[in-house]
Design a protein around this ligand. Sequence first.
Ligand SMILES: CN1c2c(nc(N)[nH]c2=O)NC[C@@H]1CNc1ccc(C(=O)N[C@@H](CCC(=O)N[C@@H](CCC(=O)N[C@@H](CCC(=O)O)C(=O)O)C(=O)O)C(=O)O)cc1
Ligand SMILES: N[C@@H](CCS)C(=O)O
Ligand SMILES: [Zn+2]
Length: 753
Amino acid sequence: MDTTFTATVLGSPRIGPRRELKRAVEAYWAGRIGADALLATGAELRAGMWAQQQAAGLDAIPVGTFSHYDQMLDTAVMLGALPERVSDIDDPLDRYFAAARGTDTVAPLEMTKWFDTNYHYLVPEISPGTRFALDPSKLLGELAEARAQDVPARPAVIGPVTFLLLSKKVDGSGTLLDRVDELLPLYAELLGLLAEAGAEWVQIDEPALVADRTADDIAVVRRVYDELAAVVQRPAILVASYFGSLGDALPALAATGIDGIAVDLVAGADTLATVPGLARKHVVAGVVDGRNVWRTDLERALGTLVTLLGSVGSLAVSTSCSLLHVPYTLDAETGLEEPLRSWLAFGAEKSVEVVTLATALRQGLDAVVGAVDAGRAALRSRREDPRLHDQSLRARIDALTSGTRGRGGADIRRKAQRGLGLPLLPTTTIGSYPQTREIRVARADLRKGVIDDAEYRRRMQSQIAEVVALQEELGLDVLVHGEPERNDMVQYFAEQLGGFFATENGWVQSYGSRCVRPPILYGDVRRPAPMTTEWITYAQSLTEKPVKGMLTGPVTILAWSFVRDDQPLAETADQVALAIRDETVDLQAAGIRIIQVDEPALRELLPLRAADQQAYLDWAVGAFRLATSGVADSTQIHTHLCYSEFGEVIEAIAGLDADVTSLEAARSHMEVLGDLNEVGFDLGVGPGVYDIHSPRVPGVDEIASLLKEALAAVPAERLWVNPDCGLKTRGVAETTESLRHLVEAARSVRAGL
Ligand SMILES: CN1c2c(nc(N)[nH]c2=O)NC[C@@H]1CNc1ccc(C(=O)N[C@@H](CCC(=O)N[C@@H](CCC(=O)N[C@@H](CCC(=O)O)C(=O)O)C(=O)O)C(=O)O)cc1
Ligand SMILES: N[C@@H](CCS)C(=O)O
Ligand SMILES: [Zn+2]
């Protein structure tokens, strides 16, 4: 391949423009279709994506980034690193899905966030007994398929360093990087096979290198890529980084014999000019944002590219990361009006932008003058749009004082909240109840006009009434309305707030077959009307027990949206916080005495480099406090966080100063309570007593014993009893049974106090 100013991307969406893969894998799991039909859907989706990327004019297209569930799981299969417990399952596809989702008898791999994105990967388990062995069939199969379709294919794999750093060491101590020598021969063999199969380049993803790494880690990187570069029969090696700067890893990689390096020039700030060795490398410059949806400023991107010309061997234009994190195409958005449409670029449009930039480098600006002019006009219209600057909102924010971000002291609040009349160890749930098919169909019917607004409301009210009656019958102490009216805990709010656009088809994979439609936050945030009071007060009207108002916090709303890139995130967070604050005040005025503001994404947005973390935590905590300090001391504020990796954010959790914090804890044996004690946390806490990610019904004794463990760390006056997270993905029968056990366990432990 001629490497002068080529155009490429680092990966592609795969769930299907209409979520075809989601529907196919779910049908396969349910036994409605066989393996052949599932595999055929995958092949069609790959062919469609490659055809679109070829038509856009990309010179190199990553192949192997398709997955039936997750790319880390695919890598574990490729390296023979599935856990022993699935080895008895003969069928490879069923074995794969068993590792992903578990079976009646086999626990799944853990799932966790992929860097600071809303994508979740499966965490491979590496034990002393793991015997790595190469299974290149998926990658070679997709490569052959692509080559048969004349696709300029660049096979892509996750690299050995990232694979090991992101895996979980099952026994023993020390770093998994010690096992890298066992992987190197497998990667070397793979390189040979890829070369034999006709690959000119291979893309080896090493995103773990954009986080803080020790000098020892960097030395391993150096050794790994020196050794792989020394493989005699191999394609050219492109090591791809994304989501930030390579820092010390950049000169280390540049000093090895690899052929190319992909750098993220959107999220990262590496200075390439001074790196020795880069002048001999092919640099893939990620100047088109692969994670956000804004149209690229082509002139600025070209400026960046031109500054690289003297410092690199050859240059390719690329997205900053895989397009997995953005929707397929703007073409699917029929309700998206100008000028907003002109401000945006989804996956397909980003491929075109990359090609435009490469063409400009090859042939000069004149060759792309139409695109550059259109881009300039779109950017101007965005800059000048009145919806981006709401003067009254900005004046309100300017007038905020530090007092606006704090409430009365904890003791004062505790006394003021005694009127709630709660027992010791109050029982509650996190908010959502099963989102049954009936609920989703009602929403789809409303969208299609099959039912009207009044009928939709009646159906949602009937769901709420059922959930309230169930909670009364079970004997829970603090009730919820069950969130039936929410398609998603972020999108629901975005649909009602000014400054957001909610897409119709902008699906992005969140994990496995589950998808989200991140809203686009493009302007200043306004709350034209209350968003939740109608539903919550309806639920409260059905019971004497307190019903929790249920809101999503500012950090989570930002984390799960495509955010504006024309002002600091901290400023946008305060705007969202004010909208939530106004909602809390309305809920209180409507007689709601407990309000939960969820912040499950607090940890997710934590910057990957330690040096940037405190500044983030300061504004994130500040925004939450702004959202929650507009109510009286007698109103009890709850918050909820899941994903259990609380280590680096534990002080921030205490800093939120919520009267009650519920956290995911069941699988980590309540460890978080000790961590909270260490930072002097002395408010209410509800460590989840059962894992909601599995359909398993926990036993009464099991829950009671977790509660006793919790009581060893927290006095009964502060302890709440609740599941790990919301119940929206669970079935009705298992939920009812699990909650029955939860209430029974709380009662028995309470009786023994
Ligand atoms: C807590 N999590 C969330 C994250 N991000 C969010 N934005 N929201 C979250 O809740 N990140 C971290 C985790 C990730 N967890 C999940 C869990 C579950 C899902 C999920 O179930 N997604 C659904 C889509 C949800 C949705 O938007 N529903 C809409 C549309 C429903 C639909 O598909 N309707 C059908 C018709 C009805 C039918 O036949 O069933 C249609 O339109 O064709 C709604 O309820 O109205 C998913 O299906 O993947 C995501 C992340
Ligand atoms: N209130 C939400 C929080 C999920 S993290 C729910 O219960 O689904
Ligand atoms: Zn949760």
